[in-house]
Design a protein around this ligand. Sequence first.
Ligand SMILES: [Ca+2]
Length: 99
Amino acid sequence: MASGCSELEAAIEVLVRNFYVYAARKGKYDKMNKKEFRKMVTQELQHVLTNTQNKEAANKLIQSLDADEDGKISFDEYWTLIGEIAKKLSTQMALQCQE
Ligand SMILES: [Ca+2]
């Protein structure tokens, strides 16, 4: 992306690029298989998600996100997770603002 982009634009680019970094490791570049997804949550989301090291917990998370039930995580399904994490963060921020 062109330099000089805003903080928000850069943040969105990070979110999008993160998906493709992991999805492109093996097989289809536009979907994360279970192994790629587990690696992504372990390496990138260990502070906002609990149990990221736990294979069963990660598989449960995949199941809950896998809307089309193909056993893989598409960009849209990944975005659902990002949205859920963002919502949690928003709730925390709202509480902090009330204090
Ligand atoms: Ca899917």
